[in-house]
Design a protein around this ligand. Structure first.
Ligand code: HMG
Ligand code: MG
Length: 303
């Protein structure tokens, strides 16, 4: 086995996790949760998105959240930004890193951001350029890399084309999104075999949703190929409202449990992360998908 010794977990729960929630979590609770996450040893937290609140009402308080959180030294606070308007707000909120996003499939791109792939490039190019000239860092997401809810299979050529454009714009890291959680380990390795011939390994991250229970296996497949950055969401919250059938991200607690027991270092304290998971589950008011969170809560109750 060829597993890395150190892995970086990027927590996306406050953005990807909450964007799909029907009820509005109060700004105070969001800030409290992010502050707890900041104390777990996580190096990166995606705190919100600066998109149109008509489209994503759950994150309509993005500026208040960005302004309200405590900034822990060593933690990068990221926000999802679709265009110049979002960037201006994110800069006002003093976000450290912008995450631009688009899809490898035309239909999902259109449904998600109301633009064709071709029309999205110049908009993101402007965001990336201005982010870099503001002295901030920028990561890019490509969605529907392993399958599209509208088009089914997505060709590797489409993934390469969109990824190349994003790197040409100047993004510093690319997160490959399994938006609807359909990937399997064989597909992950086949995709990475192609992408690693074109892009530097340290600039690639993986973003698995866990709709079919394959996310941990997919991470293992990617670890085996040397990928060291993974997005995950506390409790396994998450989903894209414009991707029908998509369920939550792989749960941060579950990834930490697996990696920790494999002797792979993440720098994140699982106990503290479980505390943040317990908090958000209580606030959301239903049992969250994380297996490790539920196992710990059951254990605590002595069942
Ligand atoms: P649009 O309607 O095409 O935008 O939206 P527009 O430029 O034509 O403007 C229309 C209206 O939107 C105007 O307002 C603008 O002011 C407003 P009106 O005059 O009608 O009142 N507007 C904005 N308002 C606030 N903030 C902004 C902004 N921009 C325009 N930044 C837009 C284009 C992208 C904004 C819209 O389609 C949108 O907000 N989409 C949300 C998409 C989204 O958040 N999806 C979920 C995140 S992506 C994801 O989950 C996948 C990922 O996790 C990876 C994976 O899993 O694969 C990242
Ligand atoms: Mg996602």
């Amino acid at each position: 086995m060829n597993w890395p010794i150190n892995v970086t977990i990027k927590e996306v729960g406050p953005r990807d996790g909450l964007q799909n929630e029907q009820s509005f979590l109060s700004t105070e609770d969001k800030i409290n949760w992010i502050n707890q996450l900041s104390r777990t040893g996580l190096q990166s937290i995606e705190i919100t998105s600066f998109v149109n609140p008509k489209w994503i009402p759950a994150l309509a308080d993005s500026l208040e959240v960005a302004k309200g959180i405590e900034r822990m030294p060593g933690v990068t606070y990221t926000a999802l930004v679709p265009n110049r308007r979002g960037l201006e707000k994110a800069l006002e909120g003093n976000v450290d890193e912008m995450a631009v996003f688009m899809s490898a499939s035309e239909t999902h791109n259109q449904k998600n951001i109301n633009k064709s792939i071709a029309d999205t490039f110049p908009i993101l190019e402007e965001v990336v350029k201005e982010t870099l000239s503001a002295g901030k860092s920028v990561r890019g997401y490509v969605s529907t890399v392993f399958g599209c809810p509208y088009e089914g299979q997505v060709s590797i050529d489409n993934v390469i084309r969109v990824s190349e454009h994003l790197f040409e714009m100047g993004i510093q890291e690319l997160s490959l999104g399994d938006t609807i959680g359909v990937a399997n380990p064989k597909q992950v390795q086949e995709m990475l075999n192609v992408l690693l011939k074109r892009f530097p390994i340290e600039k690639l991250a993986l973003h698995f949703h866990d709709t079919h229970g394959t996310a941990a296996a997919n991470i293992l497949a990617a670890l085996d190929m040397g990928i060291t950055t993974y997005d995950a969401s506390t409790g396994g919250l998450g989903g894209c409202p414009y991707a029908p059938g998509a369920s939550g991200n792989v749960a941060t607690e579950d990834v930490l449990y697996m990696l920790g027991n494999m002797g792979i270092n993440t720098g994140v304290n699982l106990e503290k992360l479980l505390g943040a998971g317990r908090f958000i589950q209580e606030k959301i008011g239903r049992s969250l998908p994380s297996r490790n969170l539920q196992a710990c809560l059951t254990n605590e109750r002595g069942e």
